[in-house]
Design a protein around this ligand. Structure first.
Ligand code: NAD
Length: 436
């Protein structure tokens, strides 16, 4: 099948590459000429495990193409995916201008039947708006489908190739048949393609992300309570996670969720609710708690150093909003950096993949280490903000020999408290008693 993907970011590039992998001929369109140039010359523009191999193979075999020209990009396509940004507008609602501008442009270009698929996360009613933006140009031979994407950055290729489910929102039988054919290779193991109406599909995506954000936030509040009451959140987590109704996943407390999706999607659902005169109370609380949680370690650090961080120097491991990605959007690490620098501290940071992105955003606000242990030099304490695997079993001797003090503030509960105690660390984490 000939497919066009408009928007070649995290979702668009993974979507395009994975559809090429199952034999489709894919053209990715992006307005960023620099990105298109890099991709055309074989350079992958994001870090995503497993993507490079697929990308190289499909580029080499001529199934993957890149262009900035929308008209040329959609010419022979049967399906056009919109994988465009839907950032929060000033009031928190999803900004649909990228989607609707491209839809308007498509309306001027369509000459034969095409399926326009919304892959971006968009509020209920967007499929109708996309339809109207195209139809106002007099075009009738097209369908609009809502096909929200559930991939997780860091395991995006795996998620895309073997999705738990595919959600397709459409009232058109013709479009349904085309989408079923396209996705058949991805659900061979029996996971469902769920066909539904457009609105339900649109809401499914927001409901999924908001539920997950709520689950994490609930555990973060349980963790706060554990510290205050003298309980251990690891034990509580195991205790509740073994109940099938609760499940083991997404129960790990930490310094809040970040990324380009959860914060904006929770806000957007709150806004959509307000628009129909409903106050979504839980989600307002989730956002409030999460904002505070990003800075959870800061008062602990301040208290340890007697309330004065002027002249203190910290090592910070982990900048990406989660491991296995170079994405730093809404990353808790950036909030911690701001707070510590404002309090007069200096910081040297290390992340396996996200350093270049951070340099672009905050420049010389911090120093950048080439290596995780070099990062520790002259530091009064180590702070951990992302649970990269490479931080999980570090060389503790190297840490002890390089850090000025044996002090670690761990926002991701990577180490065993008892072991840290035995090694003589002052060690503070989330929802567990401190070792000192
Ligand atoms: P992104 O910012 O990484 O990528 C968007 C791309 O669109 C960029 O490359 C940008 O240059 C391009 N673009 C902007 N305007 C354009 C235009 N007029 N024509 C062509 N290209 C244009 O965004 P993303 O993370 O891929 O997210 C895209 C959508 O998917 C959002 O709605 C997001 O909520 C949703 N989503 C994201 C994830 C994720 O993990 N990142 C997961 C599921 C859903």
């Amino acid at each position: 099948m000939k497919i066009t993907v408009v928007g070649t970011g995290y979702v668009g590039l993974v979507t395009g590459t994975c559809f090429a992998e199952t034999g489709n001929n894919v053209t990715c369109v992006d307005i960023d000429a620099n990105k298109v140039k890099k991709l055309s010359s074989g350079q992958v523009t994001i870090y995503e495990p497993g993507l490079e191999k697929l990308f190289e193979r499909n580029l080499k075999e001529g199934r993957l193409h890149f262009t900035t020209d929308l008209a040329a990009g959609i010419k022979d396509a049967r399906i056009i995916f919109l994988a465009l940004p839907t950032p929060p507008g000033e009031d928190g609602s999803a900004d649909l201008s990228y989607i609707l501008n491209v839809s308007d442009h498509l309306g001027k270009l369509l000459t034969d039947y095409k399926v326009i698929v919304d892959k971006s996360t968009v509020p209920v009613g967007t499929a109708e708006k996309v339809y109207a933006a195209i139809a106002k140009h007099g075009v009738t031979e097209f369908d609009v489908v809502s096909n929200p994407e559930f991939l997780r950055e860091g395991v995006a290729v795996e998620d895309f190739m073997k999705p738990d489910r595919v959600v397709i929102g459409t009232s058109s039988e013709r479009a349904q048949k085309i989408m079923a054919e396209l996705y058949a290779p991805f659900v061979r193991q029996g996971n469902p393609i769920l066909f539904m109406d457009e609105k339900s599909a649109e809401l499914t995506k927001y409901a999924a992300n908001s539920f997950l954000a709520t689950k994490i936030t609930f555990m973060n509040e349980i963790a706060i309570l554990c510290e205050k009451l003298g309980a251990d959140v690891d034990m509580v987590r195991r205790g509740i996670g073994s109940d099938d109704r609760i499940g083991k996943r997404f129960l790990f407390p930490g310094i809040g969720y970040g990324g380009s999706c959860f914060p904006k999607d929770v806000q957007a659902l709150v806004k959509s609710s307000e628009e129909v005169d409903y106050e979504f109370k839980i989600l307002n609380a989730v956002t409030d708690v999460n904002e505070k949680q990003k800075l959870f370690l800061v008062p602990k650090i301040q208290a340890y150093f007697g309330g004065n961080l002027k002249g203190k120097h910290f090592a910070l491991w982990g900048l990406a909003f989660k491991p296995n990605t170079d994405d730093i959007r809404e990353a808790p690490a950036l909030y911690i950096i701001d707070a510590l620098v404002a309090a007069g501290a200096t910081i040297t940071v290390f992340d396996p993949e996200a350093m270049e992105n951070v340099k672009r955003v905050i420049g010389d606000k911090v120093e950048y280490a080439e290596h995780q242990y070099e990062c520790l030099q002259h530091a009064d304490a180590l702070i951990i903000a992302t649970e990269w695997s490479v931080f999980r079993t570090p060389d503790f001797d190297a840490i002890i020999n390089t850090l000025q003090n044996k002090v670690i503030f761990d926002g991701r509960n990577l180490f065993d408290v008892k072991r840290m105690q035995e090694q003589g660390f002052h060690y503070e984490s989330v929802g567990r008693q401190a070792a000192s």
